[in-house]
Design a protein around this ligand. Structure first.
Ligand code: A3P
Length: 345
């Protein structure tokens, strides 16, 4: 009897032991592959005494943690000095288009170890009051980064604001400009949905999209309606082209960023002359959200806020057809100028 119990105990211990060893091996394998796929921290020669030394994984994680603190603006003066951190003016700006997927693009680019995002929309170039505060004010709004990294900010209002191209040109005439676009009618409805939500929250009355987008007197598309005007991409781009050559722009397909983000991000990496670092590992589809979410490492992942990916109201099909017909010639011109063709109806 005693012998039987001992045998049973030995068997149990054996199973538990193999389970523990199995889990350990799995963890080691995961961390190892993770390290290869996704460098936890930009490895800078300043970290190792001779620039060649292997940095233990734990130390890398610690440093990434620190950088995270710096990004949040929590760095102490001593940490900034020790790590040689700086606040750099952006080397690239996502200038628009509102509701094109600007937040998703910024967050996804931030997966790249060389990219550091400015979390807030800074509205420096489109807001006269901010602009009057000067370029140092703007620089101080930037996150801390290592000197070899690049800072990116996004303020979609830049794309449609008259004064912005000249102001950005004065800051840096060789800056790289990113524009993310969606099918113009869908973008206009998304724009409407955002404003509608704000009005509903404040208990304000608001018109239906159809009423705003179509002029009731002429029954034609209402070009005075901001959501319509913003979707005439070529008109805005032409203003920018007075200051910057087309080579300084990269157009991102916002509809494809939703369904298949990786190839779009790889094109941006190329445009920004960054080594390819964002991989499929960093992006996973979340069925509950209905969107791709971001995986930074084994412990840290996130989806965009609920304000991204709203359900659009149903819009009368005749109004959609009218809008699509209206945007068609502008779209053709946009394809011609940018050299990027979309299958917009
Ligand atoms: P909708 O809310 O109309 O669906 P912006 O950040 O410029 O305001 O754009 C918001 C849009 O980003 C959303 O519009 C959504 O469709 C799109 N988007 C793209 N990728 C997304 C993602 N991974 N998660 C959530 N929204 C995403």
């Amino acid at each position: 009897m005693l012998f039987k119990q001992q045998a049973l105990l030995r068997q149990k211990l054996l199973v538990l032991g193999s389970l523990a060893i199995g889990s350990l091996l799995y963890l080691v394998a995961r961390v190892g592959s993770l390290d290869r796929l996704q460098p936890l921290c930009p490895i800078d020669s300043r970290f190792g005494p001779h620039g060649q030394e292997e940095i233990p994984l734990r130390a890398l994680q610690f440093k990434r943690g620190l950088l995270h603190e710096f990004r949040k603006g929590n760095a102490t003066k001593e940490q900034i000095r020790l790590h040689n951190l700086v606040q750099q003016l952006p080397k690239a700006i996502i200038i628009g288009v509102r509701k094109g997927g600007t937040r998703a693009l910024l967050e996804m680019l931030n997966l790249h170890p060389t990219v550091v995002k400015a979390s807030q929309e800074i509205h420096f170039f489109d807001n006269d009051e901010n602009y009057a505060k000067g370029i140092e004010w703007y620089r101080k709004k930037m996150p801390f980064s290592y000197p070899h990294q690049i800072t990116i900010e996004k303020s979609p209002a830049y794309f449609i604001t008259e004064e912005v191209p000249e102001r950005i040109y004065k800051m840096n005439s060789s800056i790289k400009l990113l524009i993310i676009v969606r099918e113009p009618t869908t973008r206009a409805i998304s724009d409407y949905t955002q404003v509608l939500e704000g009005k509903e929250r404040k208990n304000k009355t608001y018109y239906k999209f159809e009423k705003l987008a179509i002029d009731p007197n002429t029954c034609e598309v209402n070009t005075k309606y901001k959501a319509v005007r913003t979707s005439i991409y070529t008109k805005h781009l032409e203003r920018w082209l007075k200051y910057f050559p087309i080579e300084q722009f990269h157009i991102v397909d916002g509809d494809r960023l939703i369904t298949e983000p990786l190839p779009e991000l790889q094109l941006v990496e190329k445009f920004l002359n960054l080594p390819p670092r964002i991989s499929q590992y960093n992006l996973y589809f979340n069925a509950t959200r209905g969107f791709y979410c971001l995986r930074f490492n084994i412990v840290f992942n996130k989806c965009l806020a609920g304000s991204k990916g709203r359900i659009h109201p149903e819009v009368d099909t005749s109004v959609i057809t009218k809008l699509r017909k209206f945007f068609h010639p502008f779209n053709q011109k946009f394809y011609q100028i940018t050299g990027r063709t979309f299958n917009w109806p």
